[in-house]
Every structure is written in structure tokens, then in C-alpha cells.
Design a protein around this ligand. Sequence first.
Ligand code: SF4
Length: 342
Amino acid sequence: MRDIKELDFKELESVLKSWGMPAFHARQVFRWIYQKGADDFGCMTNLALTLRKKLQDDFYILGISVIKALCSKDGTEKFLFELKDKNLIEAVSIPAEGRITACLSSQAGCKFSCRFCASGMFGFKRNLTCAEILEELHYLKAGSQNKRITHVVFMGTGEPLDNYDNVLKAVRMINSKDGFNIASRRITISTNGVIPGIKRLAQEGLQIELSVSLHAADDKTRFRIMPINRIYPLKELMRACRAYVRKTNRQITFEYILIKGINSDLPNAQKLSTILKGLNCKVNLIPCNPIEGLNIVPPGEDETRSFKGHLIRSGVHVTLRRSRGQDIEAACGQLRSRYVKK
Ligand code: SF4
């Protein structure tokens, strides 16, 4: 038995043809799964019984199950999923002003151990398959009472560009008219700076958004909070980002988590505005979440305002984001960390 979400449209057409069935049924099957949220072939009433039976014998639709669902008072919903091999992953649905953003995981665990993130605390387990990624979205859609999910961000557990092929296959299905039909400009891949992945992505011809977790503007500080900086130093990362913007003609978003005593004072803001000079980009400032066991705290209001003010005066497009769902531990890896510990 295989997970049917592993197949793209053409692959399902080939399977149908190999069974002697008309290929056009692929479109009907996809519509049932991705647009109507079906989780059982039996309910696909416009398909012949023989086809439904054949699909049921060879494929399943859902391979992950929810073991915990939490809803924040701000409307954010967080799901903890168990995969078939018992690994745990998280996904979050974030409603805001007429949009619902699905935040998806791309790996079970993470190998990069960023200092401000709970996901890196328990190491790396494995890459998610394309089907498992799509199932997160399937569940979020069902959990939002089938309200339309308008945006997708790969900002959950794991580094999406470290699971490049499966993530890109999922992105294509999320974007496809026969899949979730979400516009490419509403899909964001967020990387902590995997340079080969950024270079590859620049060649894909996709209109998706790229977000780069910068979090520091010099190697010493960045290495202190993001060990990946030893493999992909800041200067090379910025060179890759500039090349990406030149090639795709698209703006990059830089994420910058403000951590008191590490990267949030005025000299750091000055270094940041210097390395971003002339680059088509915007910066999201995010005061860090205090996370049990990680010993980090956000700066006060004054320091945050001063950091942001310097960027604005330097001509950098900047927004200040507040973490959502703090009462349900919605930041990356927080919920999972409670269950992995047990
Ligand atoms: S921030 Fe991303 S890359 Fe860093 S440890 Fe967390 S999940 Fe991994």
C-alpha cells in the first residue's frame, strides 16, 4: 500500500492507464482529495465502484494522525501529528485579517540546532516525504472547518532546503490547480541559509517567496546562535541571496529574531543595515519567545523600537512581528518538545 499523495498528476494518470482505466479519472481523484478534503476512496461517488475498490486496495489517503490539537485565544491552532513510524511533527494554522496561513514542517526533528529554537533540541530523525507534507496541509484545512487556507509557509520543524526534492514536489502540488490550488506567491520557503538550496531554487522558475533566517549581521554572533554559519558563512550567504534576487527578480525576506544581550542593540542594527545595502529585501523583526530550557529573552520595548528605527532611517523595509499563539506554544518545535521528552 502506498500513500496516494506521493503521486503527482501525471504519475496517477500513468497508474490509471496501467490498470486499463481512463486517465481523466486522475483529475476527479485529485479534486476529491485536495479540494474536497476526502480521506476515503469510498466517498468518491463519481468514480465507478471497481475503480474505487482498486484504489482502496493499492493506496491510502492519510498516513498521519493527530495526537494533540490546541487552539489559542488569538485563533491560532496547533496540531501535533504522529507519523506511521511514530515520529512526531507539528503544523500550525494562523488566521489573520481574511487570510489563513498554514505553517508546515519539512523534517522530523532538525539537525541545525539554532539556539532560539525548540526543534533542534532533540536532534534530527528524518526527512518528511512529499505525502506527509501534503497531509499536514490536508489536516489543517479540515481543522479550519474547510475554510480556505490562503497562504503556506515552510517555517515549521526542519530545514526545507535540506529536504529539497520532497519539499519542491509538495510545493508544486500545493500550487497545482489539480492540487490545493494555492498561488505560488502565497507559498513561502524559509531557510536558515542552505546556500546550495538557494542556488538551486533560483533556477526553478517558481514565483514563490524566499525567506532567509539571518538573525545576526556578523559571523561571530551568527555562529553563536546558528551553528550552520560555520558551513555557510554570512558573506557567502549574502552573495547567494544577491544572486537569487538578480536571477529571479524577486524580493527576499530576512527573518531576524531579537534576542536580548546577543543581537538586539544599536551596533547590531547598524551592521544589519550595512550588509543589506542596495538589496531588494525586507526584514521581519521578531522578538524571541522565551522557551523553557533555552535561556533566551526578548529585548525591551525601547531597544526593539531603536533597532527598528535605525533600519527605517537607513532605508530598509522593516516590519515588527509578534509571535502568535504564545498560550499554546505555537513557536517552532515547542509542543513537540514536550512529547519527545516523555
Ligand atoms: S530554526 Fe529551523 S533550522 Fe534552526 S533548529 Fe529550528 S527548525 Fe532547525
